[in-house]
Design a binder for this molecule. Structure first.
Ligand SMILES: *Cc1c(COP(=O)(O)O)cnc(C)c1O
Length: 399
């Protein structure tokens, strides 16, 4: 059956999904993410200047990036590092988690837990709130028993955590709070930029994130001593005289990566605003569709919408996530199960000790499906994705 194209290329409801023989919404295919570096000319100029200078790592461009990021995040200290993972490792090492428990969500990217492991800590997984998919303060309280060295929370998909609730838990337990802010450069909690909450917040600049340096990370903190320690830690722990103060890493950022990040940062506010508008258009289009919702954003909060993730109730929707993903693939629409499997059920963590049961996390991991969204996508495209989801839902029980 032919799909009728309405104004703006929007397929009409009556059509049959491609998986049942209809024409695909995107015959040319729609990838999950598309990276675009905004200003190539400026980037080329910056690369030339760096190559001419002969200083290829940890120089003036890295410092300029740190200053620009600190100004945007409204924090006094930003330390650029080679990745979010290395930034988390160094921050956790500095917070002294070695030999202690690090309470964190399991509904996150594996690197959150890996960083705690590499810092000598023991990841202890706690439940998320089912509406926002971020760490539940009550569950964190229950998990943060004796021997806890830190709390760690992830602003999942760019949705700000319940920072007030988590701060209360950390204060009551007398432990530091660290944020995995990999998705959240540009997110705001009640108007306040994510970046200044907790002891430190760590951003990722890898290609699937919203600010891109090819590879890289940024540690933001209000604590001058912590910033200094991470600065030392990214260069082996060497204060300059090769008499290392502690076992550090090579976690430096190169000047070339910093140049990319600086160019990427310049247009971030417009990109975040555009992603928010696309997410809102998508949400409006799927409103009322049974069995599918987006993560809840508190009133007054801003998300980067690093990922546009559907939460699917298979009973109400009519089919489960793997079937939906297959039907989307037939439409030409790429999708990914972020974050499935939950970290505590991955081979790296499942084999140790008593099996951990996290019913909310396990159920949500079964229910999530991330669909394409990128910063230069246009609105007709995101509406075509929404219409494809609606078409699939209408026929879901026949899949
Ligand atoms: C991507 C990601 C990381 C790792 O970032 P890198 O810069 O690749 O080290 C950590 N945590 C979360 C939640 C992520 O999505």
């Amino acid at each position: 059956m032919a799909v009728t194209e309405g104004a703006g290329g929007v397929a009409r409801e009556a059509a049959v999904p491609a998986v049942l023989g209809g024409s695909p919404a995107f015959p040319e295919g729609l990838p999950l993410t598309r990276v675009r570096v905004p200003d190539r000319d400026e980037l080329a100029r910056r690369f030339d200047a760096i190559l001419d200078s002969g200083q290829l790592t940890d120089g003036g461009t890295v410092r300029a990036l740190e200053e620009a990021a600190a100004a945007m995040l409204d924090v006094p200290h930003v330390v650029a590092v080679s990745s979010c993972t290395s930034g988390l490792m160094l921050a956790l090492q500095a917070l002294g988690v070695a030999g202690r428990r690090v309470v964190m969500p399991s509904f996150t990217f594996s690197a959150t837990a890996h960083a705690a492991h590499w810092a000598g800590g023991e990841p202890v997984f706690a439940e998320i709130a089912p509406d926002t998919l971020t760490l539940d303060p009550a569950a964190a309280t229950a998990a943060a028993g004796p021997g806890t060295g830190a709390l760690m929370a992830t602003h999942v998909y760019g949705t700000p955590c319940d920072v007030e609730g988590l701060r209360a838990v950390a204060d009551a337990r007398g432990v530091p709070l660290l944020y995995d802010a990999a998705h959240a450069f540009g997110s705001r909690r009640g108007g306040v930029p994510v970046g200044g909450f907790g002891a430190a917040e760590v951003f990722s600049l890898s290609p699937t994130k919203v600010v891109v340096a090819a590879e890289g990370g940024l540690v933001a903190t209000r604590d001058a001593a912590l910033a200094e320690r991470i600065r030392l830690g990214r260069g082996y722990g060497n204060p300059g005289d090769y008499d290392c103060l502690f076992p550090g890493l090579n976690a430096r950022m190169s000047e070339l990566h910093a140049a990319l990040a600086l160019v990427s940062l310049r247009t971030l506010p417009q990109r975040v605003a555009h992603r928010g508008a696309l997410a809102a258009a998508f949400a409006a289009r799927i409103a009322g569709l049974p069995g599918v919702r987006l993560p809840a954003l508190a009133k007054g909060d801003t998300s980067t919408w690093k990922d546009l993730t559907l939460i699917v109730d298979p009973t109400a929707f009519g089919c489960d996530v793997p079937r939906l993903a297959e039907a989307l693939r037939a439409e030409g629409i790429d999708s990914r199960r972020y974050f499935h499997p939950a970290v505590h059920t991955q081979k790296a963590y499942a084999r140790t000790g008593e099996p951990v049961r996290l019913p909310v996390t396990e159920e949500m991991a079964e229910r999530v499906l991330t669909v394409p969204l990128w910063s230069h996508m246009d609105e007709p495209t995101i509406l075509r994705v929404a219409d494809a989801v609606a078409r699939i839902q209408e026929h879901a029980t026949k899949l």
